[in-house]
Design a protein around this ligand. Structure first.
Ligand code: CNA
Length: 240
């Protein structure tokens, strides 16, 4: 075990007010590509970067292209995925009374599948879907198994309960996240490039002295952290 992981282990042992904030990198060890990896794939088939396709404009004006990409690149990998060591360890830390909340930019539901209870999904979830006309609810399977654009029995388009690019975040969820972060003793940030705002701005609300960043690649916010670990998050968390 290296020095950084040893320090993290000591900090975690001493605290019962830890908050975790994560992104797509938390789920890559479950086989769900982050956007960068998807970017690599999309070039073969898709004309636009994922951020362009997963937008409000695409959903409403180019619904077929949106659902083509969304089902194949975002829903299909999630339906096959299981929680990894990172999700499982975070759920255990909550049960042990040490972790207060998981705040995530992910939309894959894997924290809940691992047993985490207090999960704030800043960008919503692909597990929930609703008709954009009458509001009727649909499951992820209803959407995935539909042909082309999923349609409600009323004829309206079904949409995922996901915050798309150009759409606003749920302010209630955001306020709760700010509150957890402001009062946290340790803030562990993991598996996120910290470039998507306003979520990435949450880091500024932390007032403690134990800011931990666990990410495979460097981020622009590494310099604000008290501890930086450039390793796979599932491996790091299973050691602490
Ligand atoms: P991102 O911009 O794709 O960055 C992911 C970061 O994680 C990168 O910096 C990687 O270096 C790092 N990383 C990858 N694997 C690991 C690992 N095993 N351990 C540690 N670090 C790793 O993703 P962000 O979450 O920062 O960007 C925000 C977007 C991506 C959000 O809106 C998400 O909804 C969206 N997204 C979510 C999922 C999902 O729900 N699983 C998948 C793909 C994209």
């Amino acid at each position: 075990m290296n020095e950084e992981i040893k320090t993290l282990k000591e900090w975690i042992a001493e605290s019962n007010n830890i908050v975790f904030f994560g992104g797509a990198g938390v789920s890559t060890e479950s086989g769900i590509p982050d956007f960068r990896s998807v970017d690599g794939l999309y070039a073969q088939k898709y004309k636009y970067p994922p951020e362009t396709i997963v937008s409000h404009t695409f959903l409403t004006q180019r619904s077929e292209e949106f659902y083509d990409f969304y089902k194949e690149k975002m829903v299909a990998p999630v339906l096959k995925a299981k929680p990894n060591k990172a999700h499982i360890r975070l759920a255990e830390l909550e049960k042990e009374g040490k972790l207060k909340a998981v705040i995530t930019q992910n939309i894959d539901g894997l924290h809940q599948a691992a047993g985490s209870k207090e999960v704030l999904e800043l960008h919503g979830t692909i597990m929930k879907n609703y008709c954009s006309v009458c509001g009727k609810k649909y499951s992820v399977d209803d959407v995935y198994n539909s042909k082309g654009v999923p349609k409600c029995s009323c004829g309206g388009m079904i949409r995922p309960d996901v915050v798309l690019y150009e759409e606003g975040l749920d302010m209630e969820v955001m306020e709760k996240a700010v509150n957890y972060i402001q009062n946290a003793d340790i803030l562990i940030i993991g598996g996120t490039s910290l470039v998507v705002y306003p979520a990435a701005g949450l880091i500024q609300y932390y007032r403690g002295k134990k800011l931990v960043l666990i990410n495979l690649s460097e981020t622009a916010q590494d310099r604000y952290a008290d501890l930086v670990i450039h390793e796979k998050i599932g491996e790091v968390l299973s050691e602490v």
